[in-house]
Design a binder for this molecule. Structure first.
Ligand code: ADP
Ligand code: MG
Length: 475
């Protein structure tokens, strides 16, 4: 069995164990690049991919390899950027993925909601997006009540609060809650008919039906549902005719105990151009607001999104984002995803500095809090003490331990890196550096710098660490 065949067999073993989307993301551009004396070297396209794969799948890969070839004792990873392009060593994972892909599509189809009209005609409703669930909604004090109300409605549609009216600013999770509620209802009973539609779209559809004189079709469609979800009702058109139609639809559903869920950016009272009788209908069930999340909730949301996207960020960076992105969850998510993408491109981990510039770009006029001066102005590190601060912070160890004499690897490596950076970036003499590191001899510093330079040639993680630290230093 050659290396390519071996890797293909390994991937075929892994494939059923890993969620499809992750499998494709992480393994499509991988290959065995070397097999020597029982050590298999796996080529991956980026340092980022290497970290994820080795952190999460190392054991599974080794097991699979050993089942296929009992000579294998260990694995290594190597970053080979050219693997993103055509590379003859790569395995075409899609050749054995196809079957399961079809299956996925079938399941998804089943989830589509169909509404049968009295004339027996099937109309596909607006699909609910399965990515929104009540489970993956992070609950904090600002949205606790809204989430609880949705939960009550989802488990007892038409019985608890009708209508349920959720209001609050943009990007605070209204659509997520509405869709999550719909998804819950369908998961409980697949025969339930749930329609999710934005108010704007609802009105356009209605107006079209009025023009084409097919209002009865419209009535059939919307009055035969178990739950009607109307998102963003602040965009309901002002036309009298359409409001009247909505009013009747509302009454019919309500009278037959069908659930109605509405969302808006403001409470019903403040909806302009809406007939009073509609406003009072909207108000007669449960009204609940969602507020902008506070720091704690923002941090919890960021952590949840990191789990969802299977990424790990250092606590300081999460903190920094939570501290600075305050207005909406959508923005919070946006910054996080950009930071991840950025890090992938630059082959480094997201740092406060990179995240800071992403936030700045998004909100040109807002000032960053707290870390602004320290990290975001074009400040360049000038003293060895500052380098020590950054390096110790990066590796989460005490400054004293970098300067100290412990020969444990966790202190040795940061110490060498700090010496190397002070020498290279600040250009201090070896003697001076030695003095700053507990009066060491200048040859010790020289050796440390040489060791770093030598290691950089084969240690991708070291290069990535250096890149990130230099970034923090403003280099
Ligand atoms: P709105 O409809 O209020 O404008 P969305 O529901 O579209 O806001 O939310 C924007 C983004 O933020 C979505 O991706 C959503 O999943 C996410 N989001 C908002 N609130 C939460 C939360 N509490 N937990 C998890 N994700 C959230
Ligand atoms: Mg929305």
């Amino acid at each position: 069995m050659n290396e390519k065949e071996l890797w293909k067999k390994v991937l075929q073993k892994l494939e059923p164990l890993i969620k499809k989307q992750y499998f494709v993301t992480w393994f499509q551009n991988t290959a065995i690049t070397l097999k020597e004396e029982g050590v298999v070297t796996i080529g991956v396209p980026t340092a980022f991919a290497r970290d994820w794969i080795s952190n999460r799948y190392n054991v599974k890969i080794l097991q699979a390899l050993q089942e296929l070839d009992d000579e294998v004792v260990d694995i290594n990873y190597e970053v080979v950027p050219s693997l993103t392009e055509d590379d003859h060593r790569k395995v075409n994972i899609f050749s054995f993925l196809t079957k399961s892909k079809k299956k996925v599509r079938k399941v998804a189809k089943k989830k589509e909601v169909h509404v049968t009209t009295s004339s027996g005609q099937k109309i596909r409703s607006k699909m609910l997006n399965p990515k929104y669930s009540l489970d993956n909604f992070v609950v904090g004090k600002e949205n606790r009540l809204a989430h609880a109300a949705c939960m009550a409605v989802a488990t007892n549609p038409g019985q608890s609060y009708n209508p349920l009216f959720i209001y609050g600013g943009v990007g605070l999770g209204k659509t997520h809650l509405l869709q999550g509620t719909g998804n819950y209802m369908i998961a409980e009973d697949e025969n339930r008919v749930v329609i999710y539609i934005t108010a704007e779209r609802f009105m356009t559809e209605l107006i079209e039906c009025i023009q084409k004189r097919t209002v009865s079709k419209f009535k059939d469609k919307y009055r035969n549902v178990d739950c009607l979800i109307l998102d963003d009702v602040q965009f309901l058109a002002v036309s009298e005719k359409s409001q009247e139609e909505l009013f009747h639809t509302f009454n019919d559903l309500y009278d037959s105990n069908k659930q109605i869920i509405l969302s808006s950016d403001r409470p019903p009272k403040e909806l302009k151009g809406l007939a009073d009788r509609l406003k009072s209908r909207f108000e007669m069930g449960m009204m609940v607001d969602v507020l902008a999340p506070d720091y704690e909730t923002r941090l919890a949301i960021l952590k949840a999104k990191c789990r969802l996207h299977e990424v790990i960020l250092v606590p300081e960076v999460l903190d920094f984002i939570a501290y600075n992105v305050q207005n909406s969850v959508r923005e919070l998510e946006g910054v996080l995803l950009q930071a991840i993408a950025h890090a992938q491109l630059e082959n480094s981990t997201p740092t406060i500095r990179t995240v800071g510039s992403i936030i700045k770009k998004l909100n040109k006029d807002s000032e960053l809090n707290d870390y602004t001066d320290k990290f975001n102005s074009k400040r360049v590190v000038r003293t060895s003490d500052e380098v020590l601060d950054i390096v110790s912070n990066y590796f989460r160890i005490d400054k004293g331990e970098i300067i100290g004499s412990s020969r444990q690897r966790q202190f040795m490596v940061p110490r060498q890196i700090a010496m190397y950076l002070i020498r290279k970036e600040l250009d201090l003499p070896y003697e001076t550096i030695g003095q700053e590191f507990g009066n060491r001899n200048h040859t010790t510093v020289m050796h440390a710098c040489e060791a770093v330079i030598k290691k950089m040639k084969k240690d991708e993680k070291l290069v990535r660490d250096l890149n990130s630290i230099k970034n923090e230093m403003g280099m």
